[in-house]
Design a protein around this ligand. Structure first.
Ligand code: ZN
Length: 247
């Protein structure tokens, strides 16, 4: 029997690509289309995209209901994401929807809401080499990825990264400027699975890199196949009958 495809909504702020030529050159159709292309090529996914400037940011109730996992890329317009949409997405995550937060999404409302901390970090734009080390070789997210992803040029993200202790550390990065960073972190939030993955600055073709695409596809499979548990808090008026043991 064929397994059901994982339904992924690739969400992107989609502003840099409109306002900056150097970003449009790297991602002519937008970052979301590059991420979606990687997932479509991987197979096993039903992929749709959604962007900030669509009605309800493209995240209507119908879309959220039809989504097993969301990938989230945002940077310059975190403040434009409406709080009620964030609350709806957070609720769906706690009920079992997966969430993959990419790069500057560390400062998105949705990630900060689910983490409960500032999620701040150090950063530097200096075209530095990044080595993304796989520290969880047995985890489904690193399957087929190899022990290290070598990125020629990246924006540096460095510690201290003000996140809660990850439930599992998947990647740790080294930068040629000397900084290190917890670049791949897993969390459980209610019934939902959350993965933060830091590579993906808008001026580098990171989302066309085959190892990065593999990580994102693995993460969508891992986070998008959880169990859904409705958010409810029932008053159990009638006590359960206690069965007395027979003498
Ligand atoms: Zn960046």
């Amino acid at each position: 029997m064929a397994t059901k495809p994982v339904r992924v909504t690739v969400w992107n702020e989609f502003r840099h690509e409109k306002s900056h030529d150097y970003v449009r050159k790297v991602y002519p159709k937008g970052i979301h289309e590059a991420i979606a292309e990687g997932l479509r090529q991987a197979g096993g996914f039903k992929v749709r995209t959604a962007t900030l400037d669509e009605p309800e940011h493209g995240l209507t109730d119908a879309v959220l209901k039809d989504t097993d996992v969301i990938t989230w890329w945002g940077h310059m317009a975190h403040g434009d994401v409406r709080d009620e949409i964030v609350a709806k997405v957070a609720r769906r995550v706690r009920e079992g929807m997966g969430l993959i937060v990419l790069h500057s999404g560390h400062y998105s409302k949705i990630f900060r809401t689910l983490m409960g901390t500032t999620c701040s970090l150090k950063w530097r734009e200096a075209d530095e080499r990044e080595l993304v080390w796989n520290v969880a070789p047995g985890h489904p997210i690193t399957e087929g990825v190899g022990e290290c992803i070598d990125l020629e040029k990246q924006e540096m993200y460095g510690e201290p990264f003000r996140i809660p202790e990850p439930d599992q550390q998947i990647f740790i990065s080294w930068f040629e400027g000397g900084n290190v960073f917890r670049s791949g972190c897993c969390y459980n939030r209610g019934a939902g699975r959350v993965f933060y993955f830091s590579p993906g600055h808008e001026s580098y073709p990171i989302f066309k890199n085959l190892q990065i695409r593999r990580v994102i596809a693995n993460a969508c499979r891992w986070a998008g196949t959880g169990v859904n548990v409705p958010d409810e808090c029932p008053n159990e008026v009638k006590p359960r009958a206690v069965v007395k043991p027979k003498k």
